[in-house]
Design a protein around this ligand. Structure first.
Ligand SMILES: *Cc1c(COP(=O)(O)O)cnc(C)c1O
Length: 389
């Protein structure tokens, strides 16, 4: 299927990247579980040589991801972090990166623990304010790294406003689009050069794969990333690629339900006397609501909230008492998950930064799944009661 913006998101989700297999007519791209490919004579082959470089199952997925994000090229990696690592490997000592300060923990760890010691200079700024990004730009700036919405307070950054700063200066703009998925936000349409996904989350969607992806806005941007993918080898495997191709076919349906359930639960939380602040970009009092309404198609199924007492023991009692919401890290699967960021996903974030972001001991994060909203609300209700909230 051609990369055509006039084709609807749902149609793209079902058809992108997948052509009937020419050798058999199989509707689904087969799992090409092969490391190498026969050559009729030296250098005479069907375009496939070795599966680190190219594999037909992975290629179908990479093409599908490019189509969904309105990019020109997609690349699939062994994990989300392997994808981020690939972008960072394009830099050299002395190059500078400006990134959001409310970052996925593993991203911040990779930047600080692995790339800062190699001489890459990082500036962590509040990207909700483009002026802060502009102030950090200098002649060594090579990359701006954004997340929007962020995890777990759902900060929203105006991608087009940042692109207006990076484009004229030739600085690469990369956006981690994991939380939104291409069904809700396509950063390339707002001027981003590279879109990154933890495919592990919404794109896979079934909590059965760890994978990452990079989608580029042009062949020039893709070329060095593809070279690093082949040189360093952190590739997605054929079976995992098949699972994600399968997951993508229902992405639009799943995201629709994640959003509908997210909306109902966010409003239920807002009405609950035991709940303090609710972080969901669809709420009109959310600081990023106006930008989110403009740059996203809907507001997703990720919700953060604080119980009114901010009491850590009560918050931990809630996350231990839900029955449908499973207590676990990760997000974006069909099943609903609940977690306590201060003690789990954000335990490695300094207490100072947590306090600045508003992640107290009374903070809880929900990854709202695709079950029936009334059952999810009843589950939260009984857990709140058990915890005395
Ligand atoms: C999970 C996640 C990552 C890392 O992806 P892995 O697949 O776990 O390596 C990066 N960014 C965000 C926003 C994530 O949620």
């Amino acid at each position: 299927m051609k990369n055509n913006q006039s084709i609807g998101k749902g149609t793209r989700a079902v058809h992108a990247g997948v052509e009937p297999d020419p050798s058999t007519g199989a509707i689904m791209t087969p799992i090409f579980q092969t490391s190498t490919y026969v050559q009729e004579a030296v250098g005479v082959h069907k375009g496939w040589e070795y599966s680190r470089s190219h594999n037909p199952t992975r290629a179908a997925l990479e093409s599908a991801l490019a189509t969904l994000e309105n990019g020109t090229h997609g690349l699939a990696f062994a994990s989300g972090l392997a994808a981020i690592d690939t972008v960072l490997k394009t830099l050299k000592p002395g190059d500078e990166v400006i990134s959001g300060e409310d970052l996925y923990g593993g991203t911040a760890r990779l930047f600080r623990a692995n790339y800062a010691p190699m001489g890459i200079v990082f500036h962590f700024v509040d990207t909700q304010q483009p002026a802060m990004v502009e102030a950090a730009i200098n002649e060594n700036t090579r990359l701006v790294w954004l997340e929007s919405p962020t995890n777990p307070v759902m900060q929203i950054t105006d991608i087009a406003a940042i692109a207006a700063l990076t484009k004229p200066r030739g600085i690469l703009l990369a956006v981690d689009n994991t939380f939104a998925s291409p069904m809700l936000q396509r950063p390339i349409e707002h001027g981003a050069d590279i879109v990154m996904h933890s495919v592990t989350k919404y794109l896979g969607g079934h909590s059965d794969v760890v994978m990452g992806a990079l989608i580029s806005a042009s062949a020039e941007i893709n070329a060095p990333l593809q070279t690093i993918q082949n040189n360093c080898g952190a590739i997605a495997q054929p079976f995992d690629s098949f699972l994600v191709l399968r997951g993508l076919k229902t992405l639009h349906l799943r995201i629709e339900r994640h959003c509908a359930n997210g909306r109902k639960i966010a409003h239920w939380l807002c009405e609950h006397p035991g709940v303090g602040k609710v972080y969901w970009p669809g709420l009109e009092d959310h600081p990023g609501h106006a930008i989110a309404a403009r740059q996203m198609d809907d507001f997703g199924g990720m919700i953060g909230f604080e119980i009114a007492t901010k009491n850590e023991e009560q918050a931990k009692a809630i996350v231990a008492s839900t029955e449908l919401f499973t207590l676990a890290e990760s997000l974006g699967g069909v099943e609903s998950l609940i977690e306590h960021p201060a003690a789990m996903t954000h335990a490695s974030v300094s207490a100072e930064v947590r306090a600045k972001l508003g992640i107290s001991g009374g903070f809880i994060r929900l990854s709202v799944g695709v079950e029936d909203a009334k059952d999810l609300i009843a589950d939260l209700d009984q857990a709140f009661k058990k915890a005395g909230v």
